[in-house]
Design a binder for this molecule. Structure first.
Ligand SMILES: Nc1ncnc2c1ncn2[C@@H]1O[C@H](COP(=O)(O)OP(=O)(O)OP(=O)(O)O)[C@@H](O)[C@H]1O
Length: 240
């Protein structure tokens, strides 16, 4: 199965935020969306997940055996639902929704869920809410998972463990991950294909190897250097 986006255009009022986007996302692959603040990454993710209408173009799944069962889930940057449930109750609730629950022990440990499992959702920190939203995205066991800045709020060791976990998911379960992240130093080998967005348009794309070959004389190592050469900005600057 693959997810195809063809000539997608999305506007807010008169402002075009996605302009003629074409892309393919295949199962068993991990994609990285890079772009500065406001370039349209989250809007694209919301269009892909079906949470946002768009104006022109099309988004469709190939070989979707059960079209009524939405095969994609977006982990939002924030998770503001169920304020009066404890974290462990929210997880239990979502676990009940799936017939074949996904074993989340490893992910719970990486995200340190046990340390705030008894906290009411309304009292959790931004980082803790994000951890719950990542866990929920995996619990539902969809073939396509969109993650918005999953590495933020984690220390380097946890980032590396989460990256290894994500890579394992892609390979073992043949899932497709689309990750919005600027915190990619040391994690780059998990990404099969990279799209760089600017003002709602892809200004560069390719596999890690292709991009490193195309932009070999970098000031910074790896994809950070590619991003700098393509955009003139560092990945840190893109966070504003
Ligand atoms: N609901 C909305 N109504 C109006 N404009 C919006 C809305 N959501 C996003 N925008 C605008 O669309 C553009 C793209 O925003 P988007 O959040 O997709 O960018 P982004 O690349 O994800 O940015 P960031 O890295 O800051 O999260 C921005 O100019 C933003 O102001």
């Amino acid at each position: 199965m693959s997810l195809t986006v063809e000539n997608l255009t999305k506007k807010y009022g008169n402002k075009t935020v996605l302009n003629n986007i074409t892309a393919t996302f295949k199962e068993g692959k991990c994609y990285l969306l890079l772009g500065e603040n406001g370039s349209g990454k989250s809007t694209l993710a919301r269009c892909l997940s079906g949470d946002e209408p768009y104006h022109e173009g099309s988004i469709y799944f190939h070989e979707n055996a059960a079209p009524s069962d939405k095969p994609i889930i977006l982990q939002y940057q924030t998770f503001d639902s169920y304020p009066y449930l404890k974290v462990k109750e929210v997880i239990k609730l979502f676990r009940k929704l799936v017939t074949k629950p996904f074993d989340t022990d490893e992910l719970e440990e990486i995200l340190d869920i046990s340390s705030f499992a008894n906290t009411l959702m309304k009292n959790t920190s931004g980082g803790q809410r994000k951890a719950v939203s990542i866990l929920v995205a995996f619990l539902l066991h969809k073939p396509y998972i969109l993650l918005d800045e999953p590495f933020a709020d984690l220390d380097l060791h946890k980032k590396q463990r989460l990256a290894a976990f994500l890579q394992q998911q892609v390979q073992q379960n043949n899932q497709c991950l689309v990750i919005i992240s600027h915190e990619i130093a040391g994690l780059e080998e998990i990404f099969d294909y990279i799209y760089i967005l600017k003002n709602g348009t892809f200004i560069e794309q390719g596999s890690n190897t292709e991009l490193l070959q195309k932009y070999p004389h970098n000031v910074f190592p790896g994809l950070s250097g590619v991003y700098f050469e393509v955009t003139g900005k560092t990945l840190k600057e893109m966070t504003g």
